[in-house]
Design a protein around this ligand. Structure first.
Ligand code: TRP
Ligand code: ZN
Length: 878
């Protein structure tokens, strides 16, 4: 047990800072064991209270005020703070000299080394591991940073803003001085230094300024940056066109490093990236990798306005920058690629990660009201649900008014540390909408459920739609007030066409899709002049993050999956149909009864594959079966992972048997000729071809492994290679071993490709997978010190291999708990994420529940546990 219970931080206790820092001057002399930081802060008193600076893992060498050295009786230091008892009344300069040890920093927050490159990560509270500071986002300052290092070993020295001076020093050292003219909180500070190579390009902004763009990588990787650079230029252009936002410094830099806790970080003018989201060549990166690179480059770039120019007052406002920036990057991707496919994959992600979070022990509002460790709140709820809240406003007011609201937000708050209230006020004033009730979405946790039912009155030619909402209790929130839920609705006629909609009280029929506002617990809408019984298409485009229950009959789902003009709802109908079928199959397996027979899904696949005109990417999405995790979530209690796996495999095989010829023919037709291009069009063909492969692998005739083996041998790109290898990794036999071996031999020097090799083995359904994963933890391709490796092998196993993580004897749980405890000593942030694998323990039967709780208790009861893991483990048990 921890000797001291960590105390939660609460939103309601917020008070403004007692001091302002007008200027920061840093002089940093790099050394792996003892980096010396000399900081000079121009300070000004703003309110009452002592001067208490944050600082962790620092060695304090000196403190001065206005040049005068302070004796030890004038201040106190503990593991987290430096408190100075008395400071001058007016302005003063506080100087500290401290030292820290980047080489010992395995937590990857603060200043650390990533394969010999000095690198920082300051969000959320990492700056305090570099120097004593008021490390909170509402303290904004102008930074001047001078970096000193050995000229030969560390030739490149980078920080935020513009370089203003550089030169040689004695003893083989050199320096570069950077100045960032924009006031910023310390979490946006960055320093990167090392023997880096770079590629360069230019971008001319809409007002005609030329900006230098540089991507820095480890030497030898220069040829892998082209796609990232192109994506950056597309993002810069898009933000000008879509939001009128221009870049504001003369230089924009990105650095790719291999040891990084998250995806990337938006430090002002100097974004730092997990190299997985920068480096790409066709033979090493998949289509999914390319798409992620484009999206994350855009995300970090967009933060320059939503996050940096307007930052957050405190960490409770995290969604202000993250939800909004995710919304912006989603829109960007929608414009660059296929909009419907992007929407489908975003909703998939929301349901796979955010819904379970919102329905489990770690549920929290989009704006949480308390936390123990802020790093635990970079969640799907803050990011993805936060983006949905922005999207709902966008849906309700339309693009033009939304833009007006955003313009007003930038106008009012540029240069400030803002709150969710500031954002909603600006949107409500600029877009002319009352968001008073809508605001509840930010403070109430849980996923609302919407119940809908319709009645057609043939005599009166009316269609009456009733909708109601409920939201189940979540931790700390037994009761919820009704949400303001926008529901886009269409009515589809027997000919498959949308009807024009005319609500009661309206003069004439209007648009075919209407947004209805469900604001009470219940609402009723009556449509007039409805000439025949329609099939309702509800929540088109998924206009609200809710669970909809519309009681649609199987034949209505079949009808919608063929005819709905809304692509999202076509996909949704197909998924519901397949889910319904699978759930009845799971039940049959459990009870020994017989499952419902349904050939509709197979028929739809046949129709789609033989249609004259198809959008391959969309077809790939619609014909893919719901995941095992999705099915477990739908079942919700006493989940039987073996029955789910068995049912899904059975359905896959029966669809494959039913449509083998069509699958084979599509598999041939979708082959992309010519050199690899990562663009959405070709990627879509590959996606469809590889879904066909995954069905064909289990089609009768037993030639699935041969087909996959052939694709694996012939593939000239990583997408096809990985798809084939994934299939082979799930089929026992010589092909499997040969393919995994060949892949390893070919790519062992490429650490990013090795991550894929680890993940494929960790997610295999074959018996013996857990032992294989254990063996792989000893393999040279794996190390606990690199988060990407941990995620590839251990997190993939724990969160994507439902079958083996939930091993009936508890061996999977014990293994993952061991790894959590081992990792917690090195990197608490990543260890806490891994602990999240246990969050759904209540979904399982009593035996598994007991085993999971036992491991959670073992974790929570461990001496010296980090705050990060402590918070997740104890809240999961609560
Ligand atoms: N702000 C980053 C983003 O773009 C998230 C992030 C990167 C982060 N590194 C981090 C958050 C480390 C916490 C800790 O979304
Ligand atoms: Zn972000």
């Amino acid at each position: 047990m921890r000797t001291e219970e960590p105390r939660p931080i609460r939103l309601k206790d917020y008070t403004p800072p007692a001091f302002a820092i007008d200027e920061v001057n840093l002089d940093i002399e790099l050394d792996p064991k003892a980096t010396k930081v000399h900081s000079r802060l121009s300070m000004r008193r703003m309110g009452d209270g002592p001067l208490r600076l944050d600082g962790e893992k620092l060695k304090l060498l000196e403190v001065r005020i206005d040049g005068e050295k302070l004796g030890a009786n004038r201040y106190s230091v503990d593991g987290e703070h430096l408190t100075i008892f008395e400071v001058p009344e007016g302005d003063f300069t506080l100087e500290t000299v401290t030292s820290c040890a980047p080489v010992e920093n395995t937590a990857l927050t603060g200043l650390y080394l990533s394969s010999d490159i000095y690198c920082t990560q300051c969000e959320a509270e990492g700056f305090r591991r570099i120097t004593y500071y008021l490390d909170r986002p509402d303290v904004m300052s102008v930074f001047r940073t001078r970096i000193v290092a050995d000229e030969k070993k560390v030739p490149v020295l980078l920080s935020n803003g513009n370089p203003v001076a550089s030169g040689k020093l004695k003893g083989g050292k050199h320096f570069v001085e950077w100045h960032d003219p924009f006031r910023k909180p310390a979490y946006l500070f960055a320093l990167v230094a090392g023997d880096l190579a770079h590629v360069e390009d230019k971008f001319t902004t809409m007002s005609g300024r030329e900006v230098t763009l540089r991507i820095f990588v480890e030497k030898g990787n220069e040829d892998r940056c082209d796609y990232a650079m192109g994506a950056l230029k597309r993002a810069m252009k898009w933000d000008e066109e879509a939001f009128g936002r221009e870049y504001d410094l003369d230089i924009f830099m990105i650095v790719a490093v291999s040891a990084f806790n998250m995806g990337a970080m938006e430090n002002k003018g100097l974004n730092v990236f997990n190299d997985k989201y920068i480096l790409a060549l066709p033979d090493t990166a998949t289509d999914a990798d390319y798409a992620a690179i484009e999206a994350i480059i855009a995300h970090e770039y967009f933060h320059n306005w939503t996050g940096n120019r307007i930052t957050c007052r405190d960490w409770f406002q995290l969604c202000l920058k993250e939800g909004l920036t995710v919304f912006r990057d989603q829109e960007f991707t929608g414009d660059m690629r296929s909009r419907p496919v992007k929407r489908i994959s975003d909703v998939r992600l929301l349901r796979a990660h955010q819904f379970p979070e919102d329905g489990g022990p770690l549920a929290h509002p989009v704006r949480p009201d308390s936390y123990i460790e802020i790093n635990n709140f970079y969640t799907a709820t803050v990011y993805e649900k936060g983006a949905e809240l922005c999207r709902m406003i966008h849906t309700m007011v339309g693009p033009k008014r939304f833009r007006k609201g955003m313009d007003l937000y930038f106008e009012r708050h540029d240069g400030e540390a803002a709150t969710v209230e500031n954002f909603l006020d600006a949107l409500s004033d600029g877009a002319k909408i009352d968001l008073t009730q809508f605001k509840r979405w930010y403070s109430q946790s849980g996923t609302p459920e919407v119940l809908a039912s319709g009645r057609y009155d043939a005599a009166r030619k009316t269609y009456t739609l009733k909708m109601s909402q409920v939201c189940a209790p979540t931790p700390g929130q037994p009761m919820k007030e009704p949400y303001h839920i926008p529901v886009a609705v269409g009515l589809v006629g027997a000919n498959g066409r949308d009807m024009k909609l005319q609500l009661d009280g309206e003069e004439k029929p209007g648009a075919t899709t209407r947004v209805l506002h469900l604001t009470e617990r219940e609402g009723t809408w009556r449509f007039r002049n409805v000439t025949e019984k329609p099939v309702p298409s509800l929540l088109r485009g998924f206009t609200a993050p809710v669970k909809l229950n519309a009681h649609l009959k199987e034949r209505d789902l079949v009808f919608l999956m063929r005819h709905d003009s809304d692509s999202f709802n076509r996909w949704e109908a197909a998924q519901r149909y397949a889910t319904g079928l699978l759930l009845s199959m799971v039940e049959a397996r459990a009870s020994g009864g017989t499952a419902r027979k349904g050939t509709g899904f197979g028929e739809m696949i046949r129709d789609l594959l033989t249609a004259k005109k198809i959008d391959p990417d969309f077809v790939a999405q619609i014909i893919a079966l719901p995941s095992e995790q999705t099915l477990a979530q739908m079942i919700g209690r006493d989940v039987d992972v073996d029955a789910i796996h068995g049912a899904r495999e059975e359905l896959r095989a029966s669809i494959a048997a039913q449509t083998k010829d069509e699958l084979l023919s599509a598999y041939e037709r979708m082959k992309v000729d010519g050199p690899y291009r990562p663009e959405a069009e070709d990627a879509g063909r590959r996606a469809l071809r590889n879904v066909c492969l995954s069905y064909l692998a289990v089609a009768p005739g037993k030639d699935g492994a041969a087909l996959a083996a052939a694709q694996f041998r012939e593939a000239d790109n990583m997408t096809d290679s990985i798809a084939a290898l994934t299939v082979l990794a799930n089929i026992e036999g010589p092909e499997r071993i040969a393919a995994l071996d060949a892949f390893y031999k070919r790519w062992q020097k490429n650490h990013l490709v090795m991550d894929k090799w680890l993940a494929i083995q960790a997610t295999s359904a074959l018996p013996g997978t857990l032992d294989e994963v254990k063996r792989l933890t000893q393999h040279p391709a794996f190390t606990m010190k690199n988060p990407n490796k941990v995620r590839a092998l251990i997190t993939s196993f724990a969160s994507m291999n439902q079958l083996h993580f939930h091993d009936a004897k508890g061996a999977g749980y014990a293994f993952v708990a061991d790894k959590v405890l081992e990792l917690d000593k090195l990197n608490p942030q990543v260890a806490a994420r891994l602990t999240g694998a246990f969050r759904s323990w209540r979904q399982f039967g009593p035996k598994r529940r007991k085993l999971m709780v036992k491991e959670l208790k073992r974790i929570a009861g461990t001496e010296g546990l980090s705050r990060d893991v402590y918070e997740i483990a104890t809240k999961t048990l609560a």
